[in-house]
Design a protein around this ligand. Sequence first.
Ligand SMILES: NC(=O)c1ccc[n+]([C@@H]2O[C@H](COP(=O)([O-])OP(=O)(O)OC[C@H]3O[C@@H](n4cnc5c(N)ncnc54)[C@H](O)[C@@H]3O)[C@@H](O)[C@H]2O)c1
Length: 308
Amino acid sequence: MSAKVSIIGAGMTGATTAHWLSEREIADIVLVDVIEGLPQGKALDLQEAMPVIGKDVKITGSNAYEVTEKSDIVVITAGLPRKPGMSREDLLAANADIVRNATEETVKRSPNAIFIVLTNPLDTMAYLTMKVGKLPPERVIGQAGILDSTRMRAFVSMELGVSVENIQCYVLGGHGDEMVPLTRHSNVAGVPLTKILPAERLTAIVDRTRKGGGEIVNLLKTGSAFYAPSAAIVQMVEAILKNKHLIVPASAFMRGEYGLKDIFFGAPVQLGRKGIEKVIEYELNDEEKAALQKSAKGVAESIALLKL
Ligand SMILES: NC(=O)c1ccc[n+]([C@@H]2O[C@H](COP(=O)([O-])OP(=O)(O)OC[C@H]3O[C@@H](n4cnc5c(N)ncnc54)[C@H](O)[C@@H]3O)[C@@H](O)[C@H]2O)c1
């Protein structure tokens, strides 16, 4: 029996997630959106691509939630994207209603599913999903860290002309401009970035990583990034369905890790068939700890706006 992944929101990130995921041939895919014809059209178009790429994947699109029944994973991408000049926090009120509805509609049809949340403000929407769905923390994961880290890896690769495969970067914290790229732990084939890059180049890369989302928004003007975010979701889906015990940075519910409680926050997590198996704690220096606290304060303030 095939695994089933339902993607709520068939916009840029939702549809691109379906695209990357179909190529993996690891699950049947459902797309749900409020716009009439959109999920059906994108699902059919993608279904018609399967013979060309030789993948036997069933892709269904619908405006109704019945098709999501018995999903193994629910991915929530429904919401409004950030427009130029708009902060992630500006999106909070509008997206909270959308994510609440998507969670309620999916959780009753797939009570055992693992939820991956993408909608911004990310850490806050992941928290909302867990609360509204009354889900155990290990079954709700926010996608942020893989994206932030892959951006940093891409920038380091461009700077040094080294294969992306040799570059590991670690970014902690909330999904916002206060994120904490860990330059001491990030490395090129084992050599820390702090040893390989001149300080001013490293500072420039860290700064570009922090503002990576905004850079794309300013270029696109009518939407936000979608290729890299959806590739990140698919890495998480694959790790879960294949029970890989893969450690990736993601937003998880904090229960004392890094001295934080009752917020979703970016940290390395180990992903397997049950969702989050472990939150990994790095030893941080005082500067990193201070940056983390600043980032956590921003997330806590955003969560407080939910008035749950
Ligand atoms: N966490 C991340 O790393 C990350 C990265 C990229 C985008 N995002 C966020 O993801 C969200 C989606 O981005 P996008 O680029 O795909 O936007 P998009 O506008 O292309 O797609 C969003 C889709 O959601 C649909 N939608 C709206 N209300 C809905 C509802 N109640 N039920 C079902 N579908 C509904 C819309 O019709 C639209 O098709 C935004 O909030 C964006 O900020 C997060």
